[in-house]
Design a binder for this molecule. Structure first.
Ligand code: SF4
Length: 369
């Protein structure tokens, strides 16, 4: 029976040495003192683990992507994520959260029990343990601005207020949403405009220019127009606002020799993103005084909960591969590398023509320090 207690410094050091390999960079990447490493351990990991490696504690202000292997494809250190709600009413047909959530992402989105108390406790713990500063992301597995939940409960507003009061605990903040209209309400703007909350970026996800494409692939999410209007308002208020052109879909306009699959309408799919759509979006961002576009190619989770996405794209993805087989990596179906590179290069060229910075999504997260 293990009898280590992380309250004791020697035991804490032993436990840190024994965390699962995928978590080791959390301690190793930041040039931290021994006391800071112990603080990180005490915040995130079990105090008296029954076995090794020690497990993570349940936290509301949690580790960013706790499933990721930080020694391999996600070479990251300490980073926080606050998922304000559970599930997401936008229920996008291609949602990546379906790859790891217990229920389908759109199944009964709800508030977290005791959210306010738990968030206040986590903020206190971070303060009292003196964790080193790290970037904070809201939210990776839900949308903080879901209309019904947020207008009824205002948990995201509460979270922003509390984070602002404790701003010195964190590095840069990134807010991700498909419903930025909520952030244009006075109460949110007041916080987001505040100089003391910087550096902060609002990242508005909008993968479409034509609303009929949006209606097909994400019928429950806010319209393109409402997102772009909010983009403009946030920029006008001096808030750093970035476009998440995410995901980049397979496309008829890629050279047929490279893409190999049939035109999208042969699979019953409307074209999500023409060259003209991307050019209009980039022009819009430029004219609104945005500076950055963040993107990544569409991945299809292999999970049963991602059935909609699989029905839409798995055959097309197979056809895109010269071997006719599915390419599976990290729990998702992928397009061949050369095809992914071609759709990224195409979007990059269109954005750079407007003088916008274009970033790969993972690279953007990892460089937000
Ligand atoms: S808004 Fe994001 S989290 Fe919500 S369903 Fe769509 S892709 Fe998933």
């Amino acid at each position: 029976m293990l009898s280590l207690n992380s309250q004791n410094n020697t035991d804490a050091d032993t436990l840190i040495e024994n965390v699962a390999t995928k978590f080791k960079p959390i301690f190793a990447k930041g040039n931290y003192t021994a006391d800071q490493k112990r603080a990180i351990y005490r915040y995130f990991f079990s105090q008296k683990p029954k076995k090794l490696p020690p497990s993570l504690k349940s936290r509301t202000l949690n580790l960013y992507d706790p499933l990721a292997d930080r020694t391999k494809r996600f070479p990251d250190g300490l980073r926080f994520c606050l998922n304000v709600y559970t599930g997401c009413a936008h229920s996008c047909g291609y949602c990546y959260v379906n790859g790891y959530s217990k229920e389908g992402v759109g199944f009964s989105p709800h508030v977290k029990a005791g959210f306010k108390e738990k968030l206040a406790k986590d903020l206190n713990d971070i303060k009292n343990l003196q964790l080193p500063k790290a970037p904070l992301h809201l939210s990776n597995s839900t949308d903080i601005c879901q209309h019904d939940l947020e207008t009824e409960h205002r948990h995201s507003l509460f979270a922003l207020q509390k984070i602002n009061e404790n701003r010195n605990l964190f590095g840069p903040i990134a807010i991700l949403t498909k419903n930025p209209a909520i952030l244009c309400d006075k109460a949110y703007l007041l916080i987001l405009k505040n100089e003391t909350i910087r550096p902060l970026a609002v990242q508005i996800t909008c993968a479409f220019w034509r609303d009929e494409a949006r209606k097909y692939y994400e019928p429950n999410a806010p319209t393109v127009q409402s997102r772009l209007e909010a983009f403009k308002t946030l920029c006008e208020n001096g808030i750093t606002t970035e476009l998440r052109l995410d995901p980049l879909f397979p496309c008829n306009e890629i050279d047929p020799v490279l893409r190999r699959h049939h035109p999208l309408n042969s699979y019953g799919l409307p074209e999500p993103q023409t060259d003209n759509d991307l050019a209009e979006l980039a022009r819009f961002v430029k004219n609104a005084n945005g500076k950055t576009v963040i993107s990544k190619p569409l991945k299809i989770p292999i999970s049963d909960k991602a059935q909609q996405s699989k029905d839409w794209f798995v055959k097309l993805y197979r056809d895109a591969n010269p071997t006719g087989q599915s390419i599976v990596k990290g729990g998702s179906y992928r397009l061949p590398d050369a095809y992914q590179k071609a759709i990224m290069t195409r979007a990059k060229k269109i954005c750079e023509k407007q003088g916008l910075a274009f970033k790969y999504c993972k690279h953007d997260a990892l460089t937000r320090k």
